[in-house]
Each structure stands twice: as C-alpha cells, then as structure tokens.
Design a protein around this ligand. Sequence first.
Ligand code: OAD
Length: 257
Amino acid sequence: MQLLSEELLRSLGEARHVMVLTGAGMSAESGVPTFRDAQSGIWEKFRAEDLATPEAFEANPARVWQWYEERRAIVRSARPHAGHQALVMLESLVPELSVITQNVDGLHQLAGSKKVTELHGNILRSKCHVTGRPISAEWLSGSAHAVPPSPYVSGGFARPDVVWFGEVLPRQALEAAMQAAVQCDFCISAGTTSLVQPAASLPLMALEHGAAVIEINPSETPLSPHADQCLRGLASEVLASLVNQLSSWKHDSGQGR
Ligand code: OAD
C-alpha cells in the first residue's frame, strides 16, 4: 500500500480544515456502478441524453422514472465500506472536515459523516418536475401510476431529486463546496474522473488558495498532474490506510486531540 509522504502527512496532521471531494469511485466498492469506467460504467451502457436530461424526462417520463427506480433499488441495498468509515474517523482527527460529494446515494451520511454536501442531489429523494418542491415518500408509495403525479401541479410529475445534464447545481450546496475549497488547507479528491464541472474545479481552487491536494484513484485523471501526490488504489484501502497513518502520526507527535 502506497503511503502518504512524510511532508504531506505533516500537512494533513496540521491542517485546520480538510476537504474531501468524492465521486462515483467512492461508492463502487459498495456495489453502486460508476459512470465512466470501461464496461461497468453507466454511461458505457446507456446514453445520458436519453435518461439524465430534463428533455429526456419530458419526452418519456415513464422510461426515465423506471430507470431511476432500478438505480434506487441498487442504492437502497448498498452499504458503506471501510473508506466511508475512515472518513467518519477522520472527522474526529481534524478540527474541521467537509465532505463534498458528487454521489447521490447518501452512503457518507449512512456511514455517519456529519458534514456532507451533496452537489448532485440525492436519488432517494423526489421533487416536483415543475416547481422543484420536495415530494414525500408517503405520497409516492400511494401512487399506482407508472410515474407518480406531482401533488402540487395538475398534470405534473414527480422526478428524482438529482442534477441532470444541462441543469444548475443546488445553489447552497455549490456555495458551501466553493467555500470549503477556498478555506481548506488540505484537499483529498477520491474516486472521481475529475471531468464533470463544476465539481472538477474544486481541488484546483483549493490548490490555488494554498491547500495541499492529493488524489485517490486507481487511474490517472486530469487532476493527477496538479496533485501533490497520487495514491493509486481503491478508496476503501487507501482511505483506511491514510487515516491509520494520520492517527499514528498524531499519537507519535503528541498531537492527539
Ligand atoms: P466517474 O464514473 O466519471 O469516475 C469514477 C472514477 O472512480 C474513475 O476515475 C475511476 O478510475 C475511479 N474508481 C473506480 N473504482 C474506484 C475505487 N474502488 N476507488 C477509487 N476510485 C475508483 O464518476 P464521477 O467522476 O463521480 O453526474 O462522475 C461525475 C458525475 O458524472 C457524476 O456525479 C454524475 C455523472 O454523470 C450527475 O449525475 C450529475
């Protein structure tokens, strides 16, 4: 297992605010498929234009709703792994930890992370396609339609509360993420191809504001050349090892809080 360099371990140990940006690779070992990995990636099998745009939903709401129902079933049966648990432990080792996720599965919260910002929404929630107002699970379970109707607008439909291509990110979440990127002194980018904006810019923003940046990913990404260190491996193993390393460093340097 590749370890964090001594210099970066010290930076992490002394950091006041740590930001962790996670992507689909973070959930892969929990059984939630990634988007762009060869063969197993969702966008290798399906066209995003047919399923993840407002136009696709308007053209065929039943098809889109059904596809999301299948993904919801996968998410409901997924459980956090050692990497999610490591991030919960990290919260107790640093003064401030912001977990910013592109994932819509809620696995960080299920593991017990307290400060989680969801940039792309949450697949287990639904909202009105017309007004954007939240729709409760009780309302949905009472519907026998192929696509549940909106309780707010006659002729309107419920849709998953996720960000589709061509849509803007939730304003509060984006602001919180940008604030964390600007304020953090250590940034960990884990399990993302660093291709989708604006999330992909967050580690670069952190770098510009003086933070150390590391990447956790088995593969190279556009962030790799800019990162202070790339730890090539699985999120579960690398994060668990990183947090062990930090815990030992804190103990050895007498900095246990
Ligand atoms: P991608 O599917 O694009 O990338 C997954 C990344 O995780 C790749 O770089 C893999 O090498 C890496 N990976 C795979 N398994 C891993 C593991 N066990 N540990 C660590 N890394 C691993 O996913 P994202 O970058 O998250 O948007 O995609 C960004 C956005 O594109 C998603 O949020 C989604 C999608 O379209 C929306 O739904 C709006």
